[in-house]
Ligand binder design. Sequence first.
Ligand SMILES: NC(=O)c1ccc[n+]([C@@H]2O[C@H](COP(=O)([O-])OP(=O)(O)OC[C@H]3O[C@@H](n4cnc5c(N)ncnc54)[C@H](OP(=O)(O)O)[C@@H]3O)[C@@H](O)[C@H]2O)c1
Length: 347
Amino acid sequence: MELRLILLGFGAVARSFSTITSIRSEAIKRKYGASIKFVAVADRGGVAVSEAGLDPLKLASVKKLRGSVSAVPELGKPGITPPELFEMVEAEILVDATSSNLEDGEPSLTYIHRALTDGLDVITANKGAISRGLRKLRAAASSHGTMLLYEATVGGGTPILSFARDLELKEGITSIRGVLNGTTNYILWRMGEGLTLEEALVEARKLGYTEKNYSYDIEGLDTACKLTIIANSIFNENIELEDVHIRGIEDLTPEDLRRAGRKGRSIRLIGSLDRSGAAEVKPSEIPKKDHLCVDSVNNAVEVATEFGEYFLIGEGAGGQAAACSLIRDLAALIRERLKAVEALPSP
Ligand SMILES: NC(=O)c1ccc[n+]([C@@H]2O[C@H](COP(=O)([O-])OP(=O)(O)OC[C@H]3O[C@@H](n4cnc5c(N)ncnc54)[C@H](OP(=O)(O)O)[C@@H]3O)[C@@H](O)[C@H]2O)c1
């Protein structure tokens, strides 16, 4: 089976995804009999297209030197947008790693919808599109027999969606609570060591832990967005970002962290959700030995069920964790495709 991929976006997540996929391509072929080929890659400057397949390492070096994948000699097409690309290239899978717009999910929402209705399966890391348009996208996928996977939108290192989906069937989840944003966790952790919020933010930016619009992180919107995705996916709710009670970390001072520290506690930005869909984001004082009191850019999620509690802990910022999540979705998608082929009546 040959699978042709269109990759939208060529930032930190997409570069890491395409590089790891290429490195793992032989293993994927051995395990699933599927060969993966990147037939098109897009950024804001245009696209690179090749029916024979693009080399992610070469694309990354051109992007670094010349600013856009569309500068690749012979294969680059400056100025072409994703809708124009869909007319030019045939593929089975769209991987969307474009920047998230939490206001209305666009333009990713339109691109994903178009791909699903054109018969492509979609894997996305775009939180804005999934937070704003999950219902519409699921309906499009279901009426066109395509698949939509989006684990990377809520936490690369803490794959809560697949974990919780399985638990929900078996044990009934009552609530979910956790540190869902690695950037703010890093900032609060460093503020606990005496830095101001501004100093910790500069450090997080230098280390590549922040996205372009870091106010989404600081103001709690990113965490709220992830809560809506979890609620709408796991509890089948229909909540919007506006339904979440949100307080960010912008008003916290090192003195707040010091005061908490004197009591053996610390402050973390906690998102919480119960199965009625009630969702809240706020900085909360928690004991240092609490499972959720993780350091650095880590995320931690507590899933309470009717029969006990589970914890997931993992890296919560940086392109690689999200890229690995996209790859797990790609593997899941390949497995589903193989099942569909096996279910076909023999000729
Ligand atoms: N980084 C993480 O830790 C993380 C974790 C989970 C999820 N995510 C999500 O993953 C996605 C990618 O994140 P990132 O860190 O890789 O961001 P990034 O480095 O800013 O890259 C975004 C990429 O999208 C491209 N892009 C934006 N709008 C586009 C459009 N309309 N058409 C074509 N390309 C477009 C940009 O093009 P240019 O290069 O030309 O600007 C850039 O290559 C985001 O939605 C983010 O929320 C990120």
